[in-house]
Design a protein around this ligand. Sequence first.
Ligand SMILES: [Zn+2]
Length: 197
Amino acid sequence: MGYMPVPQSCIFCDNSACSCEHLWPQWILDRKSFGSFRLKRPGALEVILSNIELTVKSVCEKCNNGWMRAPEGDANPLLEQMFDDKPLALDLNQQRTIATWITKMAFLFDSKKGRNAPNVFYEENQGTAFNEHLLTPQFTLIWIGRLDEEHRSADGAGFTLLSKEERIGEGTSLTLANEHFVPDRQHPSEGDTDGSY
Ligand SMILES: [Zn+2]
């Protein structure tokens, strides 16, 4: 009897995952090329990533072609203006739209660590709750900023929260940058330095 690997399930529902989703949405990659993606990890040599390595095997076909399209479509007109460095005032609804998109990106980048990696941040029920309600999980903080120059990157790191030199928890942060747009997300969790793309 041969060994059959158990298919990994989708991080947002109970279906089996496929390798259909790209870490960076294609429309962002199509806007501007910054050359190859490189992976930098502390204490290791920088490596150039192939297209295969830029996909995630953690979402199913149904999520990918269904509800996940909405945060992308809603945020696209706002993001494009910020990518282009056009001044923009965001009302509360627009801030929510951007926060939902950043959270979706954070789930995908987190899932790239592998399902059973010790530093995976999001729990299964947070993924299914995000699918149902499109709300950013509790205790998540999001900042957005503007870059003087342009680049595309994703940097992840773990950190320890201290109060009077006592450890009170672990956190994780992800900083994404595309062209002139820089959102940053922080959340207490378990984790180590995650490397960067
Ligand atoms: Zn799914």
